[in-house]
Ligand binder design. Structure first.
Ligand code: PHE
Length: 345
């Protein structure tokens, strides 16, 4: 090298230090020149061979320090430009309307189910929830409904294709069998939940709906206890003046069996429609737990007796809220869902 290399690198250092970077493009030019793949420092490095061996280490160190300097200046300028760019951009348009913080509301079915649970909890019933995919035994066989029993036709069942003997429960009565096989009496339980039946969907019936099952097993439980319990419920739910009637009926798992209607009256058009013009609405099935069912579930029918009931939720909610069509419950239309306020006790 003609000039002393120390001298040369000093000049280079000055050149780097005084590089004018007033525009973003200058920063890019700087990067290409001193840090790019074909940068000036590399050229200098290539000159290493011409330097006396004893000075090479020092030479390398100086070149490296120049590289560090270039890096530092580049990062600093780049950051400055980015910062000022950020500052000059509008942060947000504060005059725009805010995002609506929409308040959710409860589904009428949930409201009515919660109210039912609340009423029965006053007289000692505890909630016991169970699975919706059941096996045949808990949904039918344990409940006195063997394979060839005609009562199986009463409820059109959805069976699971790949799991033989499994089905979508057709009633919450399956929880009776689950609970009785796993617990020792006395107990009073309430099982709210969804059930499924292969039915044609219309304004009055659906292939999915909700029930609340009640079960009370103890020594000396009688039909009178059942009736008083249901009367208490009806008054709490529909008001002191409500009338109830029990009609004899048939279920394979209760004996005797009954269905309960409430007299709601015919105050308006929805009442007419839902009660088919009679003012009476059937809301539940009930009866004394059949001794054979107790036995199937490992409870001695000579010691214990019990009552059970299963009520539909959709129809009660229709009456309370004047909902004309069962399909509304499952359509998720916000205009429908927004309307419901909790029922006050
Ligand atoms: N499981 C019956 C139904 O779905 C109702 C019921 C429950 C009847 C308990 C008697 C006892 O129709």
């Amino acid at each position: 090298m003609d000039l002393d290399w120390r001298e040369k690198l000093k000049l280079l250092e000055q050149e780097i230090g005084s590089f004018e970077m007033s525009k973003l493009e200058d920063v890019e030019r700087f990067r290409i020149k001193y840090l790019g793949s074909k940068n000036v420092l590399k050229d200098y490095f290539a000159l290493m061979v011409q330097i006396p061996a004893t000075e090479r280490k020092e030479f390398g160190a100086v070149i490296n320090s120049l590289k560090d300097l270039a890096n530092e200046l580049f990062t600093k300028s780049k950051d400055q430009f980015e910062e000022s760019k950020r500052k000059s951009e509008p942060v947000a348009d504060l005059s725009l309307p805010g995002l609506e913080n929409g308040q959710g509301s409860r589904h009428p079915i949930s409201i009515v189910m919660d109210r039912i649970v609340e009423i029965f909890s006053k007289i000692g019933f505890e909630v016991a929830e169970e699975r919706e995919i059941e096996d045949d035994w808990h949904n039918f066989t344990a409940l006195n409904t063997p394979d060839d029993h005609p009562a199986r036709d009463m409820q059109d069942t959805f069976y699971l294709k790949d799991f033989a003997q499994h089905l979508l429960r057709t009633h919450t009565s399956s929880v009776q069998a689950r609970y009785m096989t796993q617990n020792k009496p006395p107990f009073r339980i309430l099982a709210p939940g969804r059930v499924y039946r292969n039915e044609t969907v219309s304004a009055r019936s659906h292939c999915q709906f909700h029930q609340v099952e009640g079960l009370y097993v103890d020594k000396g439980v009688s039909m009178a206890d059942l009736k008083q319990t249901l009367l208490f419920f009806a008054k709490e739910m529909f008001g002191e003046d409500v009338k109830i009637r029990l009609r004899p009926s048939y279920f394979p798992f209760t004996e005797p069996s009954a269905e309960m209607d409430i007299y709601w009256g015919l105050k308006d058009e929805t009442d007419h429609r839902i009660t088919k013009g009679t003012g009476w609405l059937e809301i539940l099935g009930c009866g004394m737990v059949d001794p054979a069912v107790l036995e199937n579930c490992g409870i001695d029918p000579k010691v214990y007796s019990g009552f059970a009931f299963g009520m539909g939720i959709e129809r009660q909610a229709m009456l309370l809220y004047k909902i004309p069509d069962i399909r509304y419950y499952f359509e998720n239309d916000l205009r429908f869902l927004k309307q419901f306020k909790p029922i006050m006790s």
